[in-house]
Ligand binder design. Structure first.
Ligand code: NAD
Ligand code: FE2
Length: 388
């Protein structure tokens, strides 16, 4: 890949990333580093009751534990974030520890804003509005997918309006991410596959997004390679710590990549499907990804050729267009192999709703970063129909 003489970009990545089997036991050390004396854990009831990951975090915090907020729901919501912030305030919290997937991490990001700025999370929607340092936040991701532990994004479901609210704030990027393969061992195969598909989508979309640069390209291709090597293993053998660890690193790399480069049409389509039809984010991405790649291929095939190579596809002798389609085919095959659905009709999306979905995706911020111009309702509807 060659870059022009007019290349310019800036990157901001403040998260301390600590990786290793068992590193979640180092929470107290990281709190001390950040001056956090009274930490509230942000998690969901399932993880607290059915797994040992929350108990381990509580133990690791010792005297710095101020309380546990277990009200996180999938995709989080305005009420959850406001209630979590009220709980943390009542405990006198000076720091937040998210233990969970993207929903827990995003909840803690929202809570950090409400704790620092006051009001409701609804009052703060927007981009780059925060002027002050926010409440410290350490993330312990228990899925290998969203990369939210290193991003400035928050996705919040607005139940009343069947929409997802989006926030983009550098000041909510977590201060530390503890990547501990042992806390992901219990993630069931279907969720391992779906969250891994989210990470793969971040990497492929970041690699072809308008704001991509040489650093995000390296991160994205590195993530794609790791996912190609490890996703199927992590799904088939949930206790394979090496595969789990590689997936956590891949999700983290992909998060850093899309945080700077942006995502694209797959995310715009998936956000709408998630908000209107309660389809898990990673699953919605998995369905849309190969179709968007095929649709993008006439303009992005040179880049998809690199994606194919990162996934180990032999593209020797193929022109870019054929190599790009081979990348889409390889992605579709990988996602099918790990048991993910490949059609929207399989996840309860009615065909009659596709036009409304297409309209909704046009107002999603991700669409403008798609490497090929996509903000056209008829064109997007065509891709939804292909994915149906
Ligand atoms: N902020 C960002 O940068 C960003 C990026 C992508 C996605 N997101 C958001 O993240 C959310 C999706 O996050 P997710 O895919 O990680 O899923 P999730 O956080 O919604 O979790 C899904 C389910 O998995 C369970 N779970 C999590 N870890 C587990 C474990 N180790 N063992 C057993 N069960 C476990 C949870 O209890 C939950 O029921 C969506 O709301 C999406 O919009 C945010
Ligand atoms: Fe995503």
């Amino acid at each position: 890949m060659r870059y022009g003489a007019d290349l310019s970009f800036s990157l901001y990545q403040p998260t301390r990333v600590v990786f290793g089997d068992g590193v979640s036991s180092e929470l107290a050390i990281e709190c001390k580093r950040l001056g956090v004396e009274r930490a509230v854990i942000v998690t969901d009831a399932f993880l607290r009751e059915k797994t040992d990951v929350v108990a381990r975090a509580e133990k690791a915090l010792g005297g710095r534990l101020a309380g546990v907020f277990e009200g996180v729901i999938p995709d989080t919501g305005v009420e959850v974030i406001d209630a979590g912030a009220a709980f943390a305030r009542a405990q006198g919290a000076d720091g937040l520890i998210s233990v969970g997937g993207g929903s827990a991490i995003d909840t803690a990001k929202g809570m950090a804003i409400v704790l620092t700025e006051g009001g409701s999370i609804r009052d703060h929607q927007g981009s780059m509005r925060l002027q002050r340092r926010q409440t410290p936040h350490l993330a312990v991701p228990t899925t290998a997918g969203t990369g939210s532990e290193v991003t400035s994004y928050i996705v919040v479901k607005d139940q009343a309006r069947h929409e997802k609210m989006h926030f983009m704030e550098e000041r909510v990027i977590p201060d530390a991410a503890l990547l501990d393969p042992s806390v992901t061992l219990g993630l069931p195969p279907r969720l391992t596959a779906a969250t891994g598909a989210d990470a793969l989508t971040h990497a492929i979309e970041a690699y072809t997004a308008l704001n991509s640069n040489p650093i995000t390209d390296a991160q994205a291709l590195g993530a794609i390679r790791l996912i190609g090597e490890s996703l199927a293993r992590a799904v088939a053998h949930g206790d394979d710590k090496a595969a789990r660890g590689q997936m956590l690193i891949a999700a983290n790399l992909a998060g850093m990549a899309f945080n700077a480069a942006g995502v694209g049409l797959v995310h715009a389509m998936a956000h709408v499907i998630g908000a209107r039809h309660n389809v898990h984010h990673g699953t919605a991405n998995a369905i849309c990804l190969p179709h968007v790649m095929r649709w993008n291929n006439d303009e992005l095939s040179a880049r998809y050729r690199e994606v194919a190579l990162a996934l180990g596809v032999d593209v020797r002798g193929l022109g870019d267009e054929a190599a790009g389609l081979a990348a889409a085919d390889r992605v579709a095959k990988l996602l099918a192999e790990v048991g993910l659905p490949s059609h929207l009709r399989e996840v309860g999306v009615p065909e009659s709703d596709l036009a409304a979905c297409a309209e909704g995706s046009l107002s999603d911020g991700a669409i403008v970063f798609n490497g090929k111009f996509a903000a056209d309702q008829e064109l997007v509807l065509g891709v939804y129909q292909n994915a149906y």
